[in-house]
Design a protein around this ligand. Structure first.
Ligand SMILES: O=C(O)C1=C[C@@H](OP(=O)(O)O)[C@@H](O)[C@H](O)C1
Ligand SMILES: C=C(OP(=O)(O)O)C(=O)O
Length: 408
């Protein structure tokens, strides 16, 4: 499928954002561990959440998590402690995303897990049984999802778990989010420096309403920054969110977008001009990096972005994909280091009749859609990939006045 996207003259809209997928996926695991029978309010309708619901409702012992990293990592730890024999598989790309730091750790506390294809990568065969727990070392610099996965199942282990995080801790706000949600479900943990201690204890079932997704909000902030005039109400976002990506409220001030918290969400407005050059370390907000690369290039704000190492092992190698697609639009990005991406203002010819590729990556599609505003239209392959986190993205754009032609 191919879409051609045309922007409205001015951006004025009210958007019902999707619910947070990170919160939804944790709450599903915590509900299962607390034997909660109450339905979760406002659970995300995205594919990454649906694969966990499908696994829990399945009568089979074979689960397909497709492209969902959280589902792959959280279910592996969950099933390792559940009686039975399970197979967890995913998309082709999922089978290239590492899982050995989690598997090695689970094995060290008694889990029985086998690699079915390549050593260190999904698919996995898991023979579940109650895990002994104890003390483990986990690298912090590959994916925080390994740590979140271990934390959530730790209270069910015989001896509980002490997690020593080694090396740098990337994506730390997602670990903080896990800790906060576990506490909401009545579990106590102690986190000091690089050590998290969780004693054996029971989760308490609670009723839960999921807030909107701040990462999804980033595309609307970027649209506002690129528009001459913009006023957008984003529903279901609140101050003091436990999502790390809520930091975009501060980051977008530098691209001329103001935020007003109102009772049912935020009102964002285009106000003022962007800064001359943008510097930021995305180590705590990796999912915002593509939005900011696009937003900065499209308003000619040179940037130096660091902390991007985890982008190489996400839905695609996001650094390579960004460089390739932005070049089609005339922007020459450079990798000055393995974890850095820079644009110093260098431009090249815009490719004639350029068609954007989306690499099975929802965030490539949503970031590249922003090009419609400065270029007056943009054409894109496989736009349906947005369903991984934001299934109604194109519908919400239409409601906001974008014209979207299906051309192939
Ligand atoms: O725990 C989570 O919900 C997530 C953690 C992050 O992954 P990494 O820890 O692999 O960076 C983030 O990129 C992903 O979209 C969601
Ligand atoms: C990286 C992402 O997801 P995951 O790692 O859970 O597949 C994402 O949503 O940008």
């Amino acid at each position: 499928m191919q879409y051609r996207i045309h922007p409205p003259e001015t951006l004025k809209a009210t958007v019902n954002l999707p619910a947070s997928k990170s919160i939804s996926n944790r709450v599903l695991i915590l509900n299962a561990l607390s034997l909660n029978t109450e339905p979760v309010e406002n659970l995300s309708d995205c594919e990454d959440t649906q694969v966990i619901i499908d696994a829990f409702n399945s009568k089979s012992n074979l689960f397909d998590v497709k492209g969902a990293g959280t589902a792959m990592r959280f279910l592996t730890a969950f099933l390792a402690g559940m009686d039975g024999e399970w197979i967890v598989q995913g998309s082709k790309r999922m089978h290239e995303r590492p899982i050995y730091p989690l598997v090695d750790t689970l094995k060290s506390i008694g889990a029985d897990i086998e690699y079915l294809k390549n050593e260190g990568y999904p698919p996995l065969k898991i023979k579940g049984k109650r895990l002994s727990g104890g003390e483990v070392q986990v690298p912090g610099n590959i994916s925080s999802q390994f740590i979140s996965a271990l934390m959530m199942v730790a209270p069910t282990m015989e001896k509980g778990l002490i997690i020593n995080i080694q090396d740098e801790i990337i994506s730390k706000p997602y670990i903080v989010l896990t800790a906060k949600l576990m506490e909401e479900y009545g579990v106590h943990l102690k986190w000091e420096g690089n050590r998290i201690r969780i004693k054996p204890q029971s989760y308490k079932p609670v009723s839960f309403k999921v807030e909107s997704d701040w990462s999804a909000a980033s595309y609307w902030y970027a649209m506002a920054s690129l528009s001459a005039q913009a006023e957008v109400t984003l529903l279901g976002l609140y101050p003091n969110s436990c999502q790390g990506d809520a930091n975009l409220v501060n980051l977008f001030k530098d691209l001329g977008v103001s935020t007003e918290f109102v009772s049912n969400g935020v009102v964002i407005r285009k106000k003022g001009r962007p800064i001359k050059k943008f510097f930021h370390n995305f180590i705590y907000e990796p999912d915002l990096a593509q939005t900011f690369v696009a937003a900065c290039c499209f308003q000619h704000v040179p940037f130096i972005f660091s902390g991007l190492q985890s982008l190489r092992i996400k839905e695609t190698d996001r650094i390579a994909a960004l460089r390739r697609e932005m070049k089609k639009l005339g922007f020459v990005l450079r990798e000055t280091d393995s974890e850095m991406l820079e644009w110093d203002g260098e431009c090249c010819f815009v490719e004639e009749n350029a068609v954007m590729d989306t690499y099975d990556d929802h965030r490539m599609a949503m970031s590249l859609a922003l090009a419609a505003i400065p270029f007056k239209s943009v054409t894109m392959n496989d736009p349906q990939v947005v369903s991984k986190s934001y299934p109604n993205f194109w519908e919400d754009l239409r409601k906001a006045g974008f014209r979207i032609e299906e051309i192939g």
